[in-house]
Design a protein around this ligand. Structure first.
Ligand code: PEP
Length: 253
């Protein structure tokens, strides 16, 4: 069965409330329901509820950019998976490179968050990817394998049905330096082979793998048609409705 493509926008710590609502409305206006492709936007936490209101009844899903691994309690500043569900989130991004490298999240922390989010019924977009220094030292395969295995540790088969992996080479994020189709396909094939090895062919074939890193409406088509690329996670280009919708159109072709 062909894997449904996902185009997800990560707005990061951007937009005022008015901008977030206007951007969501413009995305809604440009997206038609289509079984072959899913579209999601991931606004900052405080804009989840107002953006959910704008998305209501549309085919555009809501996602969050992070989550905490506990259900409730004395964790000042954190947000639980249940809270995200109540806000209307279907997706949550976990392990984004900015959280790993700026905020110091380890593979173990990422894995705990993945468990907590899946236990709550959320769909997880698990981000992995090597730094430039790691690529230059020819460590890409090893890093990607380690992050896949660590991120998926202890997950049951039925939970993996709600997991998407996003391969986001750190050197490509927000730099304008997109991976070549060859680099992307090679990394995605490594991820799928790793999954096949540890979880078997059925899970490996079904699990969607997104590419992320300087995706634009101009370069999206060249990535979205690679055999192991099942969609894209978009940062900068998701902040303008025109460019985000251009990427959605590229996924449909
Ligand atoms: C991201 O942060 O997930 C991302 C892919 O950013 P950008 O598209 O801006 O490189």
């Amino acid at each position: 069965m062909p894997r449904t493509k996902l185009v997800a926008g990560n707005w990061k710590m951007n937009t005022t409330l008015a901008e977030a609502k206007a951007l969501a409305a413009a995305v809604v206006a440009g997206v038609e329901s289509d079984d072959r492709i899913a579209v999601a936007v991931c606004p900052p936490f405080p804009w989840l509820l107002p953006v959910a209101e704008v998305l209501r009844g549309s085919p555009v899903a809501l996602g969050a950019q992070d989550v905490y691994s506990e259900k409730k309690g004395a964790f000042t500043g954190e947000v639980s998976p249940g809270m995200l569900r109540e806000c209307g989130c279907r997706y949550v991004i976990i392990g984004h490179s900015e959280r790993r490298h700026i905020l110091g999240e380890s593979d173990a922390v990422v894995n705990h968050k993945v468990h907590a989010a899946l236990d709550e019924g959320l769909h997880v977009i698990l981000c992995i990817g090597e730094t430039l220094a790691e690529r230059e030292r020819q460590l890409t395969e090893r890093i990607v394998q380690r992050q896949v295995l660590a991120g998926c540790t202890g997950l049951k088969d039925d939970q993996l049905a709600r997991l998407t992996i996003a391969y986001e080479p750190v050197w490509a994020i927000g730099t304008g330096q997109v991976a070549t189709p060859e680099q992307a396909q090679e990394a995605h094939a490594t991820i799928r082979a790793t999954l096949r090895h540890v979880r078997g062919p059925a899970i490996a074939e079904a699990l969607p793998i997104l590419y992320g890193g300087s995706v634009t409406a101009e370069n999206a088509a060249g990535l979205l048609h690679l055999p192991d690329v099942d969609g894209v996670l978009v940062g900068g280009a998701s902040l303008k409705a025109d460019s985000f919708l251009g990427i959605v159109r590229a996924a449909k072709k």
